[in-house]
Design a protein around this ligand. Structure first.
Ligand code: PLP
Ligand code: ZN
Length: 403
């Protein structure tokens, strides 16, 4: 029974300022807003020094003082985190930039960064005694929660649109989750989950309806800061669906700043969406603080097909507070950028990640990104999870021929 030294203090509501105990199961605030985890950052800054990190495992638990799990035996890990921030010399030059990087989450367990949220969310659920959890998903989150749930011994129920990537379906089923397919969108899945939670009292692990997946995803911000020698880059582009990652990274930079670990302005956070589902971009351009439901949403970048995000107001705040922006790119641009990055850099990204490169080129052309800015694209997953979105048809060669 070892203590993690977590500096977790309480949960707070960013909308109505209500406070909640972190020692009981919590879902949304009574006002309908997601709850955020607050830490005693003075205590954290006293017990954790930058130099302590060098001796720690290269996974996200290296920041355990700033994570919510309090007992080590509750940590459910598959080795997630500390993905590389790779320089992209050729793709950067092609976009007119001297310092372009990709933080590649494609090498994370389950093939996407959803494992970060699942690792911390499932660990905390285990610590709080959750037996059964249920969630709607566009695929990747369900796969991650099903697998981490299996490792934790928690029953997982997943509701997924029938046209979510087939591989994610198989991951859930193989992990023993109770998986149901829906002829509809993620928003329809969400309604089924809400009804089931009401009827059965299960833990609702829907995006932002539990406070802890943000904490897992914020570690991307910690890692970027650490990998850039505590002098974070000028801008980070993020493929935004529910917005959890962008909210998490914003929170990470605020926490590091409050601890005195970084100074100056945080990186500009850029929300990138697909033209077929761009509620955050529309709200950003209209100067609104919340988004509207995006009707008939459609994009190959399934992970960012979220017509209305519960945390939209927090994602918009993260973009505005950091002087960032929001950009929508087309599926055609996405499908072009996937092989471009593979060909120029050897990095086979998911469509969501490819959207970032399309956005980088556009923002560089308009001058919003300057030539010498240090820019990070946060590639959220592996291209191999989506191999069916590209349709190359290489020529055949007869068995007795040669080139
Ligand atoms: C879920 C997902 C996203 C969007 O993540 P949010 O943090 O909810 O905005 C982006 N890319 C991939 C591959 C995803 O699975
Ligand atoms: Zn509230």
């Amino acid at each position: 029974m070892t203590n993690t030294n977590s500096a977790i203090d309480y949960l707070s509501c960013p909308r109505c300022a209500a406070k909640r105990s972190p020692h009981v199961v919590n879902q949304l605030c009574e006002c309908g807003s997601p709850l955020l985890v607050r830490y005693d950052l003075k205590k954290a800054a006293e017990s954790l020094k930058k130099s302590d990190l060098s001796g720690r495992a290269k996974d996200l638990w290296r920041y355990r003082e700033l994570l919510p799990v309090e007992r080590e035996e509750n940590i459910v890990s598959l080795g997630e985190g500390f993905t590389p921030s790779l320089p992209l010399k050729t793709a950067g030059a092609e976009a007119g930039l001297s310092e372009l990087y990709i933080k590649d989450e494609g090498i994370t367990p389950t093939g996407t960064f959803k494992s970060r949220g699942a690792a911390v969310g499932v660990s905390k659920a285990k610590e709080l005694g959750v037996r059964t959890l249920i969630m709607p998903t566009n695929g990747n989150a369900g796969a991650a929660w099903a697998l981490y749930g299996a490792r934790a011994g928690i029953d997982v129920k997943i509701i997924m649109p029938e046209d979510a990537p087939v591989i994610t379906r198989n991951e859930c089923a193989a992990a023993g989750a109770d998986l149901r397919l829906v002829k509809g969108l993620i928003s329809d899945c969400g309604k089924i989950v809400a009804r089931s939670v009401l009827a059965n009292g299960w833990f609702d692990a829907s995006t932002l309806k539990e406070p802890y997946r943000i904490e897992g995803k914020k570690t991307m911000g910690f890692e970027i800061a650490e990998q850039f020698g505590w002098d974070p880059p000028d801008a980070i582009l993020y493929p935004t669906g529910g917005g959890v990652g962008i909210i998490g990274m914003f929170k990470a930079f605020q926490e590091l700043s409050e601890m005195g670990w970084i100074s100056g302005k945080p990186p500009k956070l850029v929300a990138v969406q697909a033209e077929g589902c761009a509620p955050i971009v529309k709200a950003f351009e209209a100067g609104e603080s919340e988004s509207e439901f995006w009707k008939d949403s459609k994009t190959v970048a399934f992970g960012i097909n979220v017509p209305k995000a519960l945390g939209d107001f927090l994602a918009l705040e993260a973009v505005r507070e950091t002087d960032g922006c929001a950009v929508a790119v087309s599926d055609a641009e996405i499908l072009m950028a996937m092989p471009e990055l593979a060909r120029m850099e050897g990095v086979f990204v998911c469509p969501e990640g490819a959207a970032l490169y399309a956005a980088v080129k556009r923002l560089s052309k308009t001058g919003w990104i300057k030539k010498n800015d240090r820019v990070v694209m946060l590639n959220t997953g592996a291209g191999i999870k989506y191999s069916n979105v590209l349709n190359f048809s290489p020529p055949y060669i007869d068995a007795d021929e040669r080139l």
